[in-house]
Design a protein around this ligand. Structure first.
Ligand code: KIV
Ligand code: ZN
Length: 384
């Protein structure tokens, strides 16, 4: 069995991770990376353990072709794939990049067929089948996506999926192209698609309503073998399902297997953020600066006694460290722990004064950095 078919229904509990940071992620408004940066990111994704890397959209430019070809020839463990519209020209561009795996797509919703493609459903069906046949004739593994699947007429969508299955496709992808659906809907569409094809199914969920990760999880729980995800949730508009959130939810909340080395998650997130120039919001789950930071006295007290009180994920599991923050919510336990990290051991009375002083400053609307806290401690401990 080829690797493209190896990670699906044989191990029902193992979810295949198809990373599209270098394709949908690079479609984030304002982002462009050089071919060399794309190769560096692909190497990082491979180390992270993703099963498939969508390296780019070869037809779009010479630089893109050069990058995809270099990635295809890097000898990475992950399968390398390229995007192609359902045309011979696009598929030829993927072939020229030495790819063995193509992700071809055409839209199936009325609104896309009428206003974008200006094609009838029959023409769309014909193009989809011809594209799959053409790619198969050239020895490619083929993943077929029906763009805007979740807003498509269900009977037409199922007919298209059945036809491309008969034409030899290896995988079927269900894109929620404008992030328009909810988990119940995604679960139902996956079950429906499974009724017309035995091929492994992927879900490709966008985040327009902030539901991408929940939708991707609903998809795999309903029987999809794979989810398309991106590092830091990058992607068109509000982005795609974030790899970090999806994988950690699989691991901790659903006890499902995957091939990701979670300890490399933070490092990979930082690398991509720097390369693509998109800063991660501080309160983003798993990878945001605050995800493992604690200020409130009640929380830090709990954390110091047993981290599980306020940390559902151990920071080390995703390559991070917890940190404590001084401020008006901070309590004596947290401030003592912060000072002890620097070898500073105040008496109970000194600690009381330090906590009071930093709370007075915080009450004036000022946040307190670690060096300011150390200065306060020095002032008080030096003076008693
Ligand atoms: O969101 C989408 O529909 C896509 C397709 C190209 C699969 O990215
Ligand atoms: Zn997309």
């Amino acid at each position: 069995m080829s690797k493209a078919n190896s990670n699906n229904n044989n191990d029902n509990n193992k979810v295949r991770i198809f990373d599209t940071t270098l394709r949908d992620g690079e479609q984030t408004p304002g982002v462009t990376v050089t071919p060399d940066q794309k190769v560096q990111i692909a190497i990082k994704l491979d180390e992270l353990g993703v099963d498939a890397i969508e390296a780019g959209f070869p037809i779009v430019s010479q630089g893109e072709m050069q990058a995809v070809k270099t990635i295809a020839n890097q000898g990475l463990k992950a399968e390398i794939c390229g995007l192609a519209r359902a045309t011979e020209a696009d598929i030829n561009a993927a072939i020229k990049c030495d790819l063995k795996y193509v992700h071809t797509f055409i839209a199936t919703s009325d609104i896309h067929m009428q206003y974008k493609l200006k094609m009838t459903p029959e023409q769309v069906m014909d193009k989809a089948v011809k594209a799959v046949e053409y790619a198969k004739k050239h020895g490619m593994q083929v993943e077929f996506s029906a763009e805007d699947a979740t807003r498509s007429d269900r009977q037409f969508l199922l007919k298209v999926f059945k036809a491309v299955t008969d034409a030899g496709a290896d995988r079927i992808d269900i894109p929620d192209t404008v992030g328009y659906r909810t988990p119940d809907y995604i679960a139902e569409i996956v079950r429906d698609v499974k009724s017309v094809t035995a091929l492994p199914i992927s879900v490709h969920c966008h985040n327009d309503f902030g539901l991408a990760v929940a939708n991707a999880i609903a998809g795999v729980n309903a029987g999809a073998a794979c989810a398309h995800v991106t590092i830091n949730g990058l992607g068109e508009r509000a982005g795609n399902a974030s790899l970090e959130e999806f994988v950690m939810a699989l691991e901790i909340l659903y006890n499902k297997k995957h091939n990701i080395n979670t300890k490399l998650i933070y490092e990979t997130s930082k690398f991509v953020s720097n390369a693509m120039g998109i800063i991660v919001q501080p309160n983003k789950a798993i990878i945001g600066e605050n995800a493992f930071g604690h200020e409130s006295g009640i929380h830090t007290h709990g954390i110091i006694n047993n981290p599980l009180t306020y940390e559902p994920i151990a920071p080390e599991l995703v390559g991070r460290k917890r940190w404590l923050q001084a401020g008006k919510h901070a309590g004596a336990h947290g401030i003592r722990a912060m000072l002890e990290d620097f070898g500073i051991k105040p008496t109970d009375e000194q600690l009381k004064q330090i906590v009071e002083k930093q709370k007075n400053i915080a009450d004036k609307g000022k946040s307190i950095t670690t060096s300011e806290l150390l200065a306060i401690a020095g002032e008080i401990m030096g003076s008693t």
